[in-house]
Design a protein around this ligand. Structure first.
Ligand code: IMP
Ligand code: MG
Length: 176
């Protein structure tokens, strides 16, 4: 099987929506600083575009967890590969995710972060596949709800490929 990528959301559309969400975040955090946590690697592109458009003071940190191998199905196993550099005590923390699928990664992650005593802890995601949820995760900011399809681009990968596509595409598998 070979894969083909069909454009689903154009770059301009994605960026326009990110600008709307950044405005909402800037309003909600008025008078505060927001500490963004980028969940590597998929969220890198979204994090940059979002951070550039937030108008309150921003600090950021990065963490890496795995829940997927080179497959399109969740293994349910989540491991911290790279932890944060800074403590979270007293900070208004906003976790920035690329996509929420089953929700397993995020519920595990939020649990760990909550124990580090942030002043507040919220979640922002570029994409959400609500149909696929198996655990309860409260999402505070969602750019796009999408159908149950495997998507790539704008940081998202299939077997580590396609992260650099400037748009979001749906992966279609075709016979060779
Ligand atoms: P969850 O634990 O099932 O919610 O999985 C979330 C993680 O799975 C995301 O952070 C992605 O790394 C990966 N993932 C889920 N769906 C997709 C997809 O459609 N394309 C690429 N990666 C995905
Ligand atoms: Mg991710």
């Amino acid at each position: 099987m070979k894969e083909k990528v069909r454009i689903f959301l154009q770059e301009q559309e994605v960026n326009a929506r990110i600008a709307e969400i950044a405005k909402k975040i800037s309003d909600d955090y008025a008078g505060k600083e927001v500490h963004l946590i980028c969940v590597l690697k998929g969220s890198v592109f979204f994090m940059c575009e979002l951070a550039k458009r937030i108008t309150v003071p921003v600090t950021m940190d990065f963490m890496s967890v795995t829940s997927y191998g080179n497959d399109t199905k969740s293994s349910g196993v989540v491991k911290i590969v790279k932890d944060l550099d800074e403590p979270l005590d007293g900070k208004d923390v906003l976790v920035v995710e690329d996509i929420i699928d089953s929700g397993r990664t995020l519920s595990y992650l939020l649990n760990i972060l909550e124990k580090r005593n942030p002043k507040s802890l919220r979640l922002c995601t570029l994409l959400d596949k609500p149909e696929r949820r198996v655990t309860d995760v409260a999402v505070d900011y969602t750019c796009f709800n999408i159908p149950d399809e495997f998507v790539v681009g704008y940081g998202l990968d299939y077997a580590q490929k396609y992260r650099n596509l400037p748009f979001i595409g749906i992966v279609e598998f075709v016979e060779e």
